[in-house]
Write a protein that binds this ligand. Structure first.
Ligand code: BES
Ligand code: MN
Ligand code: ZN
Length: 500
């Protein structure tokens, strides 16, 4: 979709369709008032007749409105004015795009971007409109033998800013939204691809293609090199499958030569059957999404490169399958991690932490500014926070605050859980340095506490995205989260270091 930014009054737009909002109780928004005046009260008449009540989801298409230069006007319901916040704004943009697509309108000028959203500014409105619009037109049909009936889609979306002087703000915000949306689409595509297509080898090939396109450095380590590094924990999971593992290292260098990198570590289990501790059959197909942490790292790096963020970011992706076989981990097996610490594998389905721990040890050699790992790690996180917030745990409060703030500013929110020493007690093992599970209580926290045994040497945070990375049900699919959060986090860091 082509995105444009424009200033100027709505009655003067020569667009195929000008979109303006109406609040509940038939209250026109500022842009709708202007159209009403220019049309000699045409809109007020329609509102009075009750054809558009302003309720969320309502819309009304008008043709040949007198006094206007555009071909059509689309009125979109905004709901109650005093409840008009982030969610209502995003819903209104989404409804608009779906309505335009349904009507087969190829080009439109959106005035919703001028609406005041509490605590937000024009840049936020524009960025979010781009992200939501790209989300609304996203399709994943490449695995259907025939493309679905050619759908008319919006080709160009122009967004209005109130004054000429704000064009620059609008354009920068649109660029950020576009980069985030592209990163999210990459993450969604990879998540939606099934395990028989998106194997560790395929994931590495896609990482290479993205790195080449964006000018990012990349190295892909294979079995023997991974073994040489001593990643016994990672390899213990990988060896249950015939698909060979990969360890992907991406290097985006937008910062100074000596600037320490932010390291992003993504869980890349391309299919999680549970292994010998096999999962129940129902919904097991969804475990193709168990590489969404890895996908979000690729998406965030892609966006960082597109935006030319002035900082260094290294992405680390351990990727393999978790399957049962004659060579698979068995409950009770003891493995030795790259750190030298031994682990008793009491449940082979707690495999994410087994591959992440070695990547976290590898991160030490990069002398990181900080490390953030992203993983669909625990079902317990879905129980605790549902599908709204990602779980956040950290060994450093300042870093946790940065991520909480990035979640707020991108509307891709996370919520912090405690990581107190007491929780690590649950990981005690009679036979090794630690067990890989800590029982049912506090499952998200004990998983993070396990990772915490490998992150003592740097500032570290963990995002559990089990509930946020994809949607189940009839709209099953990857969400592209937490790419927006990660990009905001990186952008804020870049701005901070650039400011000295
Ligand atoms: N990939 C799963 C976590 C998961 C489960 C994500 C459901 C999304 C939805 C992870 O590898 C896993 O199986 N975790 C176990 C841990 C348990 C064995 C301690 C879980 O959550 O049940
Ligand atoms: Mn598992
Ligand atoms: Zn898993």
């Amino acid at each position: 979709m082509e995105i444009g930014i424009k200033s100027g009054s709505p009655e003067k737009q020569r667009s195929a369709c000008v979109v303006v909002g109406v609040f509940e109780h038939r209250k026109p928004s500022f842009a709708a008032e202007i159209l009403d005046t220019a049309s000699g009260g045409y809109l007020a008449d329609i509102l009075r007749r009750g054809d558009m009540d302003g309720k969320p989801g309502a819309s009304l298409l008008l043709h040949n409105v007198p006094g206007l230069l555009c071909e059509r006007v689309l009125l979109v319901g905004l709901g109650k004015e005093r409840e008009f916040r982030e969610r209502a704004y995003r819903d209104a943009v989404r409804d608009t795009i779906k309505t335009l697509a349904g009507l087969g309108i190829a080009e439109a000028t959106l005035y919703l971007t001028e609406l005041p959203v509490r605590k937000r500014d024009l840049a936020w409105n524009v960025e979010q409109a781009v992200i939501v619009a790209e989300e609304a037109v996203y399709r994943f049909d490449r695995l259907k033998s025939k493309p679905e009936a050619a759908r008319k889609t919006l080709r160009k979306l122009t967004m209005a800013v109130p004054r000429r002087g704000e064009l620059v703000i609008g354009e920068a915000a649109a660029a950020r939204g576009t980069a985030i949306a592209a990163g999210m689409n990459l993450a969604k595509d990879l998540g939606n691809l099934p395990g028989n297509v998106c194997t560790p080898t395929y994931l590495a090939e896609q990482a290479k293609a993205m790195a080449k396109e964006m000018g990012i450095g990349i190295r892909v380590l294979e079995g023997p090199e991974i073994e040489k590094l001593g990643m016994g924990s990672f390899l213990s999971v990988a060896k249950g499958s015939d698909e060979p593992p990969r360890f992907i290292v991406l290097d985006y260098r937008g910062g100074g030569k000596k600037d320490k990198p932010v390291v992003l570590v993504g869980k890349g289990i391309t299919f999680d059957s549970g292994g010998i501790s096999i999962k129940p059959a129902a919904e097991m197909d969804e475990m193709k999404y168990d590489m969404c942490g890895a996908a979000s790292v690729l998406g965030a790096l892609r966006a960082a490169a597109e935006l030319k963020l002035p900082l260094n970011v290294t992405g680390l992706i351990p990727t393999c399958e978790n399957l049962p076989s004659g060579r698979a981990n068995k409950p009770g097996d003891v493995v030795t991690s790259m750190s030298g610490q031994t682990i008793e594998v009491l449940n082979t389905d707690a495999e994410g932490r087994l591959i992440l721990c070695d990547a976290l040890t590898y991160a030490e050699r990069l002398e990181p500014a900080c490390v953030v790992d992203i993983a669909t790690l625990t079902g317990a996180c879905v129980i605790a926070l549902g599908h709204v917030a990602s779980g956040l745990l950290a060994n450093n409060d300042a870093l946790a605050r940065e991520l909480l703030h990035a979640g707020e500013s991108s509307h891709d929110r996370c919520w912090q859980l405690p990581l107190w020493d007491e929780y690590a007690e649950q990981l005690k093992s009679n036979f090794a340095d630690m067990a890989n599970i800590g029982g049912r209580p506090g499952g998200t926290i004990t998983a993070a506490a396990f990772l915490g045994k490998f992150t003592g040497k740097y500032d570290w945070a963990h995002l559990d995205i089990a509930g946020t990375a994809w949607k189940s049900g009839k709209d099953k699919g990857g969400t592209g989260r937490p790419v927006p959060l990660l990009v905001h986090f990186l952008a804020a860091r870049a701005a901070r270091t650039a400011a000295g």
